[in-house]
Design a binder for this molecule. Sequence first.
Ligand SMILES: [Zn+2]
Length: 321
Amino acid sequence: MTSTASPETLSTRRATRAASERLRRRRLFAVGAVLALLVGVLWVSALLGGARETTAVAPPAGPALAQSLPAPQFTTAAAAPSICDDPAVAAAVAAGDDEAVVVAAGGGTVFREAVVAGAAPCVSLSDPARRWVVVNKQRPLDPIEYEPQNLVDVKGLTTFNAGILRQDAAEALQAMAAAIEQADVGEIGQLSGYRSYGTQVTTYQENVARGGQAEADVSSARPGFSEHQLGITMDLMPCSNGCGTLDDFGASPEGQWVAENSWQFGFIVRYEEGYTPITGYEAEPWHLRYLGPELARAYHAGGWHTLEEFFGLPAAPDYAG
Ligand SMILES: [Zn+2]
């Protein structure tokens, strides 16, 4: 309400207004002076820069200059081309030749990076017939009762329950068993390779009956969730002086050799010590999973310890339900 303001109040207001006006002008002048100084500095430095450029040696021709410049980092992720656009990759995928796919992509590491970056739409980590399939407690086989093609007996090893694998994995295991003997390390036996959906039903039920469901879930897979159903996984035993048990394998000379060298035959130890929160399983140094030479080499060279991390998948500590 200005009409009720006293004369003193009005004159005080006028004085305050005049003072703030002076302050505003001073501020404007200061800002103007700073701006002028800045423009001056920029102008002088531009002149100096121009002089420098004109005295410099002429740069090489366009293309050479472009090659000498480092590629900007931000374009690599955004413009990652699909490995599937490569005709050789596409042809190998269509032919079902998994090893040729990885080779054509540029090797296991390039293949892995493309999958992780989403630049491999023709590669399905859910296809149970492929070497790169990932089965875990979050990723059941699809279809759940999948049966692999080309199952054969693995020869040359002491056999217990099922010495059966898909042919590519069987040949690789035979080669590895021979190498272990040649290296004078000992001898491996095979306890359990391919297990059908039906067999896994029985195996899992037996484990639940023996130790309860919680115990069964950390040491064996539920039906439809086992790598053994893929036909490319084998449980090994140490068999130098008569065969030991699965639990003896990790500490045995054969087990240590396998941990260090199985990648050379296309295998990985799937469940390592210390990775239960990711794999969902306690350490199983005896459980060898075939990936093929290129992918196993990349897994070894990259220092990977779980297939989940290798392919950038979420951890699978437990079943969904
Ligand atoms: Zn196993």
